[in-house]
Design a protein around this ligand. Structure first.
Ligand code: PLP
Length: 406
């Protein structure tokens, strides 16, 4: 059973007062708050387990190594990966996408005249690494258009697929508008057209969707721990083992090697081949705690709860004169809007004074903002601990702020 009170008690920060008001935290697409389980896992790691991994013979080294590898197994199970070899710990989604783009550039399989296909709704993290790959290889960036609801144009997408398309890299859920893209269908279409590599940016999908990487059929899925109640600085790149095995290593250093001589180096097997240097051991263990927390409640239950909140928020905002909501009616996670004649930054500042934390600006999606002819939006984004009371305060605060700004 889902008890709101019980859930909220897991998040100590929610008891904070902001500007003398109870905190209404609606900036979850930027980062989520952390439950006690995650805070405890981080503290416990440093109090009872701290050591470097994979190299020591002593007790603490074994304990830390076991903890880190157990976390990898939890992540693999959570994503339904075929093997723990496919779980690369990274520092986050940005890191995972850069890994893939760099390694594909190094692989020599992408060259002048090839095409990299992304979409209008991408976060800068899923644009810039591909632009950099294009600069290095001579490939060209192509962009799937979207309609006025922020929904990807599927006909336009299919028309862009051709024999030169080497990569399809798209988000799963838009951080700016909450659009859920049909990633399994788009992956299947890309594969049917012979696209060798499909990458999904799952930064926003991780907290809202029960992901099954085998079912969705992509080659890479990148995610960030901090979007799903874990720490900053830990993330995961899932990659199909046969694909990763065929690609060159990325960063050089400890852990990713089998044997080093001054004449040359042989590289380690997966997943260590892509984990050069000391990883974020505590972060991986905290991520495991976060996934356990999420799975105890159920990703489906969390998504249904957030869906109710987002619908209530959209209905409340829609009654405010001159409001423009962005994204389709069936959003996940995030609700973006503008009110004619009011700058999103002014609105966000007033909401903050009322204890309501939202995000304003371009949401790291400047090309999407340009597509809609705006400099930014105000975005409310939801998590497991938000309540209908939060939504009511949020909508009433927006109304009040509008009254003050007009
Ligand atoms: N992709 C999307 C859709 C995001 O929302 C974000 C973060 O907001 C990122 C990528 C980048 O994530 P990180 O900063 O954790 O690497």
């Amino acid at each position: 059973m889902f008890s709101e009170d019980e859930i909220r008690h897991h998040f100590p920060i929610l008891d904070r007062k902001i500007n003398g008001q109870p905190l209404v935290y609606l900036d979850n697409a930027a980062t989520t708050q952390k439950p006690m389980e995650v805070l405890f896992a981080s503290k416990h790691y440093y109090e009872a387990m701290n050591s470097n991994i994979h190299r020591g013979t002593h007790y603490l080294a074994r304990l830390a190594t076991e903890g880190f590898e157990k976390a990898r197994k939890t992540v693999a199970d959570h994503l339904n990966a075929a093997s723990t070899d496919e779980i690369i710990f990274t520092s986050g989604t940005t890191d995972g996408i850069n890994l893939v783009a760099d390694v594909l550039a190094l692989s020599g399989t992408i060259g002048a005249g090839d095409e990299i296909l992304i979409s209008t709704l991408e976060h800068h993290s899923n644009i810039v690494p591909w632009q950099m790959l294009c600069q290095r290889t001579g490939a060209e960036l192509k962009v799937i258009p979207c309609d006025d609801d922020g929904v990807l144009d599927q006909e336009g997408f299919r028309a862009l697929l051709n024999g030169r398309t080497k990569v399809l890299a798209i988000g799963w859920i838009s951080n700016a508008f909450g659009t859920v893209h049909p990633v399994a269908e788009m992956t299947a279409a890309a594969k049917a057209a012979g696209v060798p590599y499909v990458l999904l940016d799952a930064a926003q999908a991780t907290p809202h969707v029960k992901m099954d990487v085998q079912a969705v059929g992509a080659d890479f899925v990148a995610l960030s721990g901090h979007k799903v109640y874990a720490n900053t600085g830990i993330g995961v790149l899932w990659g199909r083992a046969d694909v990763l095995n065929a690609l060159p290593p990325w960063r050089g250093g400890g852990e990713m090697i089998k044997e080093v001589t001054f004449a040359g180096t042989t590289y380690n097997d997966l997943p260590f081949k892509y984990e050069a240097g000391t990883p974020n051991i505590e972060g991986a263990i905290a991520l495991e705690a976060a996934l356990d927390f999420v799975n105890q409640i159920g990703v489906g239950e969390i998504a249904a709860h957030e869906h109710d909140l987002i619908q209530a928020a959209a209905a409340g905002l829609a009654e405010i004169p001159d409001v423009r909501l962005y994204g389709p009616a069936d959003r996940a996670g995030a609700l973006s809007f503008n009110i004619a004649g009011i700058h999103h930054y002014d609105l966000g500042t007033l909401l903050d004074q009322m204890g309501v934390a939202v995000r304003t600006g371009h949401h790291c999606c400047q090309p999407l903002m340009a597509r809609f002819g705006i400099s930014g939006t105000t975005r409310a984004s939801f998590a497991v601990y938000n309540t209908l009371a939060d939504v009511e305060i949020f909508v009433a605060s927006v109304r009040k702020a509008v009254g003050m700004l007009r």
